[in-house]
Write a protein that binds this ligand. Structure first.
Ligand SMILES: C[S@@+](CC[C@H](N)C(=O)[O-])C[C@H]1O[C@@H](n2cnc3c(N)ncnc32)[C@H](O)[C@@H]1O
Length: 270
């Protein structure tokens, strides 16, 4: 899979973590590797990947993209350990659905929601594939730090559009691609990676391996448009209160003051 390996800059969370190795895009080996990672490591090591946080330095409490979800049907793509579903369950959503590639994550979600007195329909599948989720059914489909793992962005967005009712809303967050290119070094920010490079790479994290690619913002915008979505809002501003709560010496907060580290899109199906 990695016959043309090249080491490259790799930023996860607050900073540079080891180096990444370029690999060929092969959907089946990527699914195998990534689901093994989530099966064994879970999402706790990444941090800030569940509502009310959309990712580092962006919060639903400030952005209010969902509004009132009471009585609404919601589906989470890449539901992880179920914390974001819990968030909506506590706000009286009428139906909760979650899907995830990892059986262990699905089981964690099931146990977590049960412990919270909530129930959800849970489906174990890659988001790229047909998996029996109903069509023209949901008021909201959302994804907190999971969309970027897809090996087929356009196909995934078009599937998500098919799950939504007309005028239904799709909200998703991911690492901002500028954050993935810039490293803090000796009190300066150095641009260390080609923003246009969307090739795939593998990274070691906590004795596991993840494979992904860093897409440009325009790739997300154009894929949304191609799937029939109209973008209503995009968030890339770091939250000043979260920055301040980190204290003066937090390097990640200093970076988030200068550039976006997380982005969120809110788009509507036409
Ligand atoms: C950072 S976690 C999401 C956490 C979640 N928002 C929460 O509230 O717990 C990312 C999730 O995406 C899932 N994932 C990765 N690749 C996927 C794919 N191709 N299809 C579906 N889920 C995938 C992982 O198994 C993982 O549970």
């Amino acid at each position: 899979m990695d016959n043309n390996s090249v080491n490259r800059t790799n930023i996860i969370g607050a900073g540079e973590v080891g180096s990444a190795i370029s690999v060929d895009m092969d959907k089946h080996s990527i699914h195998k590797m990534n689901s093994n990672f989530w099966d064994t490591k879970g999402n706790e090591i990444l941090g800030a990947t569940s509502l009310p946080l959309y990712g580092a330095f962006v919060s639903e409490e400030k952005c209010q993209l969902f509004g009132d979800v009471s009585g609404k049907k919601l589906l989470e793509i890449g539901c992880g350990s179920g914390q974001s579903l819990q968030y909506h369950g506590e706000r009286k959503a009428s139906e909760l659905w979650g899907m995830d590639i990892s059986e262990n994550q699905i089981e964690k979600t099931r146990q977590h929601l049960t412990a919270c007195g909530l129930t959800a329909q849970l489906v174990c599948s890659p988001m790229e594939e047909e998996c029996g989720i109903p069509k023209d059914y949901f008021d909201f489909v959302y994804s907190i730090y999971a969309i970027g793992w897809t090996t087929d962005l356009e196909g995934t967005f078009s599937r998500i559009a098919s799950y939504l009712k007309k005028d239904g809303v799709f909200i998703f967050s991911w690492s901002h691609p500028i954050h993935k290119c810039v490293v803090a070094e000796n009190n300066t920010l150095a641009f260390k990676k080609n923003y246009f490079d969307e090739s795939w790479y593998s990274v070691s994290l906590n004795e596991g391996t993840l494979t992904l690619s860093d897409r440009k913002l325009s790739t997300y915008v154009n894929a949304l448009s191609k799937a029939g979505f109209v973008i209503e809002q995009m968030i890339e501003q770091s939250d000043e209160e979260i920055i301040q709560s980190c204290g003066d010496n937090n390097e990640f907060a200093k970076k988030a003051k200068m550039l976006p580290v997380t982005f969120v899109f809110k788009a509507r199906k036409h």
